[in-house]
Structures are given as structure tokens and as C-alpha cells.
Design a binder for this molecule. Structure first.
Ligand code: SIN
Ligand code: CO
Length: 377
């Protein structure tokens, strides 16, 4: 394992980190990424926050009063800001900035199916979102400037009523540390935390996702319904006269139960469901198809010369039977290891691209036309 990899987790291997800390204990790493200042400055974040395909929030604290404004933000929103006590938060910066995407991939020892996105925040002194807890695991990586983090495990998850943000009623954390550029804090789900900027600073939250059982259940039923194709119709050729016409006949219940028993699923159905659901881009994401697309032969020659790379917005996962790309599933063949590499590394080198079978190049070309991937320059 490289020194950089080990330093990122405070000297722990990914296996040791997962065993001791993941979903269990916080981890503070001083100098996790030496020299890191973060790829985005205040201006870059502001520009992103003004786009309508980017989710953003502006949080201002004045004494005990909190205000929250959702993006897309306008220039006037920034002109009205006080000198202290505000923060701008931009979600999904990895979808728009290659360096932020690279940041996310440093944590690829956790399956992509668990990764959510990178959120970046810029705060002026006193700025923060208040003491709160999140439902997800998160790595908080300090960009430029210093921030004071107080955090700890706490059972009391009640929030203060009547505020636009979820701010804890009680907050008595055991830990209190100042984080500088390149320092990292891992927090398990539900740990209380509060980060307050000591000077103008940025923080990158590498966030994970974990659906509730209820969310999985409803999404799975939607998935089953989309693919539902049942044969037959209710029939009762042996019907006898009834003296209680309002009563639902037992025989009817039995027959309908038999019809519904045709709705079945197994592990393969669950794998297909997960692949499709987890590779589904967020509603705000839009892909840009190429303006003057290369024809298949030129595309083939180009990727053989330069390689190919997934667009930063593309979600590509796979299992034993299929590839799942941006919510679409495509069956895989035994020889599809190159596409596995493309999904894992998010890029395929020229040599590997040059030896792809024709059917796979055709598949990549279709994804290219949809804006899901690009030949390297
Ligand atoms: C922040 O970057 O200010 C907030 C991150 C968090 O606490 O979840
Ligand atoms: Co948080």
C-alpha cells in the first residue's frame, strides 16, 4: 500500500480503518493530504451555486437567528451578506470538477454503490451550519483556512423547533479540535458535530449514502411494477348463486392469491433492482451529448489512440450479469472485463480500448452519443 494511501487514514490500511472506525468510531487525521488546499475557491463555488443544475444553500447566522436560502443563487444574494457568520454549501461538486471527482475516488476502498457525492462549503469567520447530526458516514476534509470542529456521540437527537435548519437542542461534544488544510475527520452516522470557520475556509464532505428499509421497499415495489407482465384474468366459471351478495367470496380470495403468486423475485431480481436504482443519476443531473459526434469508425480509432473516460456525472456499476449505467442496464458477456475496468477505474487506456470487440465499441459509442463518456483528448 502506498504511503499516501496510508497517510490518508492516519497510518491505517483501509481494512484496519473499516474494521475499527467505519460506522463505529470517529477518526481524526492530521495531515491526511499534505499540501491540500482544495480545488475550489470562494469564486468557483459561487459560480457553481448560480447554476440551475447544481444544488446549493446559503446559510447565515446572526446571533440566534438562522436563515437558509436554496440555490440557484443570484449575485444579489451575495451582495447582501454580513462580514461574518455565513457559509455557502454546494452539493455534488464532483460532478462538475475533475479534481473533486478524483478526491471522491481516493475513498474507492468503499464500493461506489455506497458513495454519494462531494459537497464543498466556503465559510467566513463564524460561519457554519450549527450543531447537527447526519444519517450518513462522512469524511470532512479541510481545504484552505482553519475550522474548529466539535463532535461526539450523543443519544439526544432532538432538534430546536422553528428553525429552517436542523440544529440540535442539546450539544455537549467530547471532542474539540482545530482543523487546518489537509486535515481529515471521519464521522459515523448520527454523530453530533459542529464546524465553525475560524477564518475564510473551505471544507469538502465526502458523503456516503444508505437507504432506509422503507425507501428500499417502496423503490423495489416501483421497480417490480415497471417490469410487471402478468398473464391471465380473473375467472369464475363455477360460480354458484349467493344469498349474501355483499360478501367477498372465499373462492375469489383464493383465486386472486394464486394470480398474485406469479409476482416473484429472487436474488437476480434484487441485483438488477440495485444496479438500476443505485446508478440512477439525481434528478438535477443533465448530460451533454457531443455537439458534432464522431461516427462509429472515427470513435473507434480515437479511443484506440487516446483511451476513453466516463463523464464525471456518469454512474456505472456492475454485477455478474449486467452493467448498469445511469439507470439503464445492459447484459454482459463473459469477455466483458474491459468494461469492468472502465467502471472501476472510470477510464480505459488506449491499449485496452484498441482491443475491444466490435460489439463493445458499439455499446461505448451509444453511451458517448448520450454524453455518458468521452474519448480522451
Ligand atoms: C460544512 O461543510 O460546513 C458542513 C458539513 C457538515 O457538517 O455536514
Ligand atoms: Co454534517
Amino acid at each position: 500500500m502506498s504511503d499516501a494511501r496510508r497517510r490518508l487514514l492516519g497510518g491505517l490500511s483501509p481494512a484496519a480503518f473499516l474494521a475499527r472506525h467505519w460506522q463505529k468510531e470517529a477518526l481524526r487525521v492530521t495531515g491526511a493530504l499534505p499540501g491540500f488546499r482544495g480545488p475550489l475557491d470562494a469564486r468557483a463555488l459561487r459560480t457553481l451555486a448560480m447554476r440551475d443544475d447544481v444544488e446549493s444553500r446559503l446559510v447565515v447566522r446572526e446571533g440566534a437567528a438562522w436563515t437558509l436560502r436554496h440555490g440557484p443563487l443570484r449575485a444579489a444574494d451575495f451582495r447582501a451578506l454580513p462580514p461574518r457568520g455565513w457559509t455557502l454549501l454546494v452539493q455534488g461538486v464532483n460532478l462538475h470538477d475533475r479534481d473533486c471527482d478524483d478526491l471522491l475516488r481516493r475513498f474507492a476502498f468503499v464500493p461506489y454503490a455506497r458513495l454519494d457525492d462531494v459537497m464543498a462549503s466556503y465559510a467566513v469567520p463564524g460561519g457554519g451550519v450549527g450543531p447537527h447530526l447526519d444519517n450518513y458516514d462522512v469524511f470532512l476534509l479541510q481545504g484552505f483556512g482553519r475550522r474548529r470542529w466539535r463532535y461526539g456521540r450523543q443519544d439526544d437527537a432532538r432538534f430546536r423547533p422553528g428553525l429552517p435548519l436542523r440544529i440540535l437542542r442539546r450539544f455537549a461534544p467530547a471532542q474539540d479540535h482545530v482543523f487546518g488544510p489537509g486535515d481529515l475527520l471521519y464521522l459515523p452516522p448520527e454523530w453530533a458535530h459542529d464546524g465553525v470557520a475560524l477564518e475564510p475556509c473551505t471544507t469538502y464532505s465526502i458523503g456516503f449514502r444508505a437507504a432506509t428499509a422503507q425507501e428500499l421497499g417502496t423503490a423495489f415495489l416501483d421497480f417490480l411494477r415497471d417490469d410487471l407482465d402478468l398473464d391471465g384474468r380473473y375467472a369464475d366459471p363455477g360460480l354458484r348463486p349467493t344469498s349474501a351478495p355483499a360478501r367477498i367470496p372465499d373462492a375469489m380470495v383464493k383465486r386472486v392469491a394464486a394470480l398474485l403468486a406469479a409476482i416473484r423475485w429472487d436474488r437476480a431480481t434484487v441485483a438488477r433492482f440495485l444496479g438500476r436504482t443505485l446508478s440512477e443519476p439525481k434528478a438535477i443531473v443533465v448530460f451533454d451529448p457531443p455537439d458534432a459526434p464522431l461516427r462509429p469508425a472515427a470513435f473507434r480509432a480515437r479511443i484506440a489512440r487516446c483511451g476513453v473516460r466516463l463523464d464525471a456525472r456518469t454512474l456505472m456499476l456492475y454485477d455478474d450479469r449486467a452493467f448498469h449505467v445511469n439507470g439503464e442496464s445492459a447484459a454482459r458477456n463473459p469477455g466483458d472485463v474491459a468494461l469492468e475496468r472502465l467502471a472501476d477505474d472510470r477510464a480505459l487506456a488506449p491499449a485496452a480500448s484498441a482491443t475491444l470487440p466490435r460489439a463493445q465499441v458499439a455499446r461505448l459509442h451509444r453511451w458517448y452519443l448520450d454524453g455518458y463518456l468521452v474519448p480522451d483528448a
